[in-house]
Design a protein around this ligand. Structure first.
Ligand code: ADP
Length: 481
């Protein structure tokens, strides 16, 4: 029964009780002849009832007030601690009616909060995993030397590594998404990315060869374009990887040139040897002088052939470590003298003035004689090969006692080497295009010299050259003190 109903019953009982007392008191007063007093009885009863009612209301209000305070303080604690519990009242008063649904509501909130907490924890874990994966992916992309760019489905650039920024000349601001055509000036690349995205899953990966100008020089790239797949057959973006194949293409060209050069180089002396042998067999050399001349030519050509094959074999043998290095104290001057004796014939045939200035022979270096001979021979024969007729070649050997090194310098007044070619001339098979017509070659000579001087003997090989004026190749090796 509710308190209001209880109050109602109490009031009715109170009024009935009051009315009975008033009736009884009035009847008693009238019977005893106190008619005046009987008139006051209802008023007295009314005051009495009012006093009793006020007392009841006061008591009721106190209970309600206490319950409200209890609810308010428990709710306050929940708000402060963030812990949702149940509201408990000491009394079984009127407010229990509110407390029951309130507790049901709080229980529901508590359950939902718990669910949300679990969901939130899972989301946090997923977020951390995704962040770590993103970090790893970025680290991989940034460690790649090829240029990598990633776009989204709106053709906006969302990721690019340093190589891409350098190659395409932009600086990516990850927070500021821009369309690729606002960032990348290379129209073909932009078109390729757009096409790949719009073709979607039909073509998941394609490789296109494309030339991009880099600081004025054209470079060839193999561009691999792949779609980033998204659910429901959609494409969420494109990854473009730009691999520089300029060098590979150049090496392929150099190798092809090398094969044709080597076959030409081998064929020329062989044809000459064959022709002179046939002439000898046919009895075309009628006198002894001609016969001797033919034999000398055959011998010269055989030497040339031998030298060429040796050069090719040497480089592969030395590089693969098959050749045993025999280190012994030798005089650089005496090795250079030996080479000069051989080179003088080659110089004479082009009317080249061959001069020298050599340090005393007693300075010694610890080296493999045959290899040093080969290195000096290559430098000297190059100097003669790439110097036009009537030019001059000078060979020096100096000893720097302070630095304790012997320095051999071969300078010429020849064609010189263009600045762009200088860093590459020691590469295997590399031949300077501008000088190709001056002499046949394999592009192996200088690679071999570098290997002998620097890798085998820990020395240093340098070159200075001016196009049209001449070149100076120098190497230095430690002397024995
Ligand atoms: P090659 O067999 O072509 O002579 P090398 O390795 O000896 O090969 O030399 C590489 C290239 O360097 C040559 O093709 C030539 O163009 C250039 N070169 C070498 N020495 C000289 C030089 N003294 N003067 C000008 N160019 C030179």
């Amino acid at each position: 029964m509710t308190t209001v109903r209880r109050l109602g019953i109490a009031s009715v009982l109170l009024v009935a009780f009051g009315a009975s007392i008033a009736y009884y008191a009035t009847t008693l007063a009238l019977r005893n002849g106190h008619g005046e007093s009987a008139q006051n009885v209802p008023w007295v009863a009314l005051v009495f009832i009012a006093a009793l009612a006020a007392g009841g209301v006061m008591a009721f209000w106190k209970t309600v007030q206490r319950d409200i305070n209890t609810i308010s303080s428990q709710m306050d604690t929940m708000a402060k601690t963030g812990k949702i519990g149940l509201v408990m009242l000491e009394s079984t008063g009127e407010l229990n009616q509110i407390v029951k649904p309130l507790n049901e509501f709080l229980t529901m909130i508590r359950r939902q909060t718990e669910d949300l907490r679990v969901e939130n924890r899972e989301l946090q874990i997923q977020f951390r995993v995704a962040a770590a994966e993103k970090h790893n992916t970025e680290a991989i992309i940034f460690s790649i030397s090829d240029a990598v760019i990633v776009t989204n489905r709106f053709d906006e650039l969302i990721l690019a590594n340093e190589a891409a920024e350098k190659l395409l000349g932009f600086k990516l601001t990850p927070s500021l998404r821009k369309n690729i055509d606002q960032i990348i000036s290379n129209g073909t690349l932009v078109r390729l990315i757009r096409e790949t995205r719009s073709n979607g899953r039909n073509i998941t990966r394609k490789v296109v060869e494309h030339c991009i100008d880099q600081k004025g020089s054209p470079r060839t790239f193999n561009i691999t374009l792949s779609c980033v797949a998204a659910p429901a057959d959609e494409v969420s973006g494109v990854v473009a990887v730009l691999h520089d194949v300029t060098r590979e293409k150049e090496i392929a060209r150099i190798k092809t040139d090398f094969v044709s050069n080597v076959s030409h180089e081998l064929k020329t002396p062989l044809s000459s040897i064959k022709a002179y042998i046939e002439m000898l067999l046919d009895g075309e050399a009628q006198d002894e002088k001609t016969t001797k001349e033919f034999y000398e030519i055959i011998s010269f050509e055989t030497d040339r052939l031998h030298r060429l094959i040796e050069n090719i074999l040497n480089i592969s043998r030395i590089e693969s470590g098959v050749v045993k290095v025999v280190r012994e104290p030798i005089s650089l001057t005496s090795v250079v003298k030996q080479v000069l004796d051989v080179a003088v014939i080659q110089a004479k045939s082009k009317n080249i003035r061959l001069t020298d200035s050599l340090a005393p022979v007693y300075y010694q270096i610890e080296a493999d004689r045959d290899m040093i001979y080969q290195a000096v021979l290559n430098l000297l024969s190059n100097a003669i090969k790439y110097t036009p007729e009537d030019g001059s070649v000078n060979v020096t050997v100096n000893v720097d006692e302070r630095r304790k090194v012997a320095v051999c310098e071969v300078s010429d007044t020849g064609a010189g080497i263009p600045v762009d070619d200088l860093p590459k001339i020691f590469d295997k098979f590399y031949r300077v295009r501008a000088n190709e017509k001056m002499a046949k070659g394999t592009g192996l000579g200088l690679a071999l010299v570098k290997h002998i001087v620097e890798t085998v003997h820990d020395g240093k090989l340098t070159v200075t050259s001016e196009e049209g004026k001449g070149s100076t190749f120098a190497f230095e090796l430690p002397i024995i003190v």
